[in-house]
Design a protein around this ligand. Structure first.
Ligand code: SAH
Length: 353
């Protein structure tokens, strides 16, 4: 009887011992197994890093031979500049602008601009803040980062920060800085927005856009001007990495850039008397287009918002953003050089009356 009781008691005792052993083994494996797995993946990561490093070294050798146009150059460039520097909006965000002194000292430590032009740039930016032509802080930052002195022609260097448009050859102009500021602020660009500019010209406007979003697309129709500005960007990229993110194309901007459509924002920097339908089509719902609208010789800067109702009906909201002030942009032309505007130029109308 006593024996019986003992033996019936010993079965649960064995079960308990087995359970405890199981728990201990499980606990030990639970602790060590993940660390075994992770140390393996760390090793893989280390191998990958070495492989990437030697791929970059290999690419660097080829880039020296093949030059700026090669994909090897792009790889080396992107690796060396790092995400942070390459990303214009992040750079702009990290720049202090509370006072001229802190800004100047940051610029001296982080960039290579001439002190003379920095003083002028600060002054112009603050004139535009006062006149409300620059409204949002991020637009002020973008304006303060774009070195206009590199985008004007050498003979006009002393006018780089004068509030006026300047000729850049091929019958084109770099737009007045206040109009650039106004159009930029109106676009209300957020980091990550996909923005299309029609009329690359000097490249100055897109240089500003590159500090507001990583997704800038710009089209120029005059081939030698396109080549000149493309070369300028490649040269400037060494000191201003954000320009490496500007996607550029030679072509007729009337038809937009289908491959990358739709766009959050579209900026037209040549004058036209109607909204190009292909551009309107490539604008997202609730997207904003800014363009100098009107006949040759006199236009108004219009903000066009595209609203799509639930039933698919499209309506446009138009607003003159410059309080009725007239501007005169160079014409939007097709590939034969003919203007897309159908109206009779204002000057001609006056003469014939
Ligand atoms: N955004 C420029 C302004 C340049 S002036 C800047 O900041 O410097 C306008 C530009 O529009 C000219 O370079 C002109 O060649 C270009 N342009 C005119 N018609 C065009 C078209 N159909 N497609 C693309 N660019 C055009």
């Amino acid at each position: 009887m006593v024996e019986n009781v003992r033996s019936s008691n010993s079965v649960p005792a064995l079960v308990i011992v087995a359970l405890v052993m199981g728990l201990i083994i499980g606990f030990v494996f639970g602790l060590t197994l993940p660390s075994l797995v992770s140390s393996k993946s760390e090793r893989v990561l280390a191998y990958e890093e070495v492989a990437a490093q030697s791929a970059v070294e290999e690419a660097a050798k080829l880039a020296v031979q093949r030059g700026f146009d090669s994909p090897e150059y792009d790889l080396v460039y992107k690796t060396l500049s790092g995400g942070e520097l390459y990303d214009g909006p992040s750079l702009a965000q990290s720049m202090p602008i509370e006072t001229k002194e802190v800004w100047l000292s940051w610029m001296r430590n982080n960039r290579n601009d001439s002190p003379f032009f920095l003083e002028e740039r600060w002054k112009l930016a603050h004139d535009f803040v006062e006149s409300s032509e620059l409204r949002r802080p991020q637009d002020v930052r973008a304006f303060l980062l774009a070195p206009r002195e590199h985008f004007v022609r050498e003979q006009n260097l002393n006018l780089a920060y004068a509030d006026t448009w300047l000729p850049i050859g091929f019958g084109a102009t770099i737009t007045d800085p206040d109009v650039v500021a106004m159009m930029t602020t109106t676009l209300d660009i957020k980091s990550g927005d996909r923005v299309l500019e029609i009329g690359t010209g000097s490249g100055y406007q897109s240089a500003i856009l590159a500090y507001l979003t990583q997704e800038v697309y710009t089209i120029e129709i005059i081939k030698p001007l396109y080549i000149e500005t493309d070369a300028l960007y490649r040269d400037l990229e060494k000191s201003f990495p954000a320009y490496g993110s500007i996607n550029r194309k030679l072509g007729d901007g009337y038809y937009g850039w289908e491959e990358y459509a739709p766009f959050d924002k579209i900026l037209v920097t040549c004058s036209i008397d109607h909204i190009p339908p292909p551009l309107l089509k490539q604008l997202k719902a609730d997207g904003i287009m800014v363009l100098p609208l009107g006949p040759p010789g006199r236009q108004y800067i219009m903000e066009v918002k595209k609203n799509i109702a639930e039933d698919g009906n499209i309506t446009l909201t138009r607003r003159d953003v410059y309080n009725g002030l007239g501007v005169s942009f160079i014409p939007f032309r097709d590939e034969t050089g003919a203007s897309y505007s159908t109206s009779v130029p204002v000057e001609k109308k006056v003469i014939s009356q």
